[in-house]
Write a protein that binds this ligand. Structure first.
Ligand SMILES: [Zn+2]
Length: 289
């Protein structure tokens, strides 16, 4: 495939094939190109011009050779379609930063938190968990702040967010324990901390199920990824997506809100963890479904 890709690129460069003639003009056929299967290569070129094919990376096969610096999850593989079980070598793990956990992986009020937050001081060293290659370095003002995504040789990808400074470049090869940035408080963050994610084929897993952060090492030398164990939280995500909120207005009480939203006071109390006597404040949001 790689050689075909290069041949086709060469053909495009020398004007043997014109892209515009095939994109809009259905009457004209692409001239046959001897010896290569143009359809699949051509499709790849059309799908995403920004994606490069990744070559010679141990995890390249798992990721179908998709290598892009523009999206955290370009793979779009739903959890249901993931392989049944995959063994991941954790033996070379290095903890990215030593500190206590300030926020866990799991549901937050209105959105899911796909990582583990670890306390640090701005300027503290942040290290790569495993060896690999830097796939993304970017700045997201409303989210991750300055962040780095690394594709590891063992098949995982990790995310390091809210950094004050990024110290690696795109496509750079890193070793386990290598300095990749300095901790900070950039993006959507209150207080200096590292937001740390572990993903497999784009899907986040709870880092605390894999790493014992108190000891700064994995629970086992090897982690077995399975749909049920590793992606147990999918039900919570779906429930959150189905959740509906109501903004409390002047004169509202629980029974009025319940009636207005086709539910009961009891259900409202259970859903929000409140008592029926709870004092409501105007402007506050309450979950109704
Ligand atoms: Zn976080």
């Amino acid at each position: 495939m790689t050689c075909c890709y290069k041949q086709l690129l060469a053909a495009l460069t020398f004007g043997l094939i014109t892209v515009s003639a095939t994109a809009n003009d259905k009457d004209k056929k692409i001239p046959p190109f001897p010896g290569i299967d143009t359809t699949s290569v051509y499709r790849e070129l059309l799908i995403d011009e920004t994606d490069d094919l990744m070559e010679n990376h141990p995890a390249g096969d798992i990721y179908n050779n998709i290598w892009t610096s523009t999206r955290l999850n370009p793979y779009k593989i739903p959890v249901d379609s993931l392989p049944d079980s995959v063994r991941i070598d954790l033996s070379k793990f290095v903890v990215p930063v030593t500190g206590y956990i300030t926020s866990r992986f799991g549901p937050r009020r209105y959105r899911y938190h796909y990582g583990t937050d670890i306390k640090l001081q701005t300027g503290d060293s942040v290290l790569s968990s495993f060896s690999g290659k830097v796939r993304i370095t970017d700045y997201d003002r409303h989210g991750y702040g300055h962040y780095v995504v690394i594709r590891h040789d063992n098949g995982l990808e990790t995310v390091y967010a809210h950094l004050s400074k990024v110290l690696v470049a795109l496509d750079q090869t890193v070793e386990a324990g290598e300095l990749i940035g300095l901790g900070g408080n950039t993006g959507r963050s209150t207080g200096s901390h590292l937001h740390y994610e572990i993903r497999f084929l784009g899907n986040a897993m709870n880092p605390e199920k894999i790493i014992d952060f108190e000891k700064g090492m994995p629970f086992m030398h090897e982690y077995l990824i399975t749909k049920n164990e590793s992606f147990y939280y999918q039900k919570e995500v779906k429930a959150m997506a189905a959740a509906k909120y109501y903004k409390i207005r002047n004169g509202d009480n629980l029974s009025r809100i319940a009636a207005r939203n086709g539910t009961s006071v009891r259900a409202l109390c259970r859903l929000n963890g409140i008592s029926p006597k709870k004092v409501l404040r105007v402007g506050q949001r309450i979950r109704v479904r």
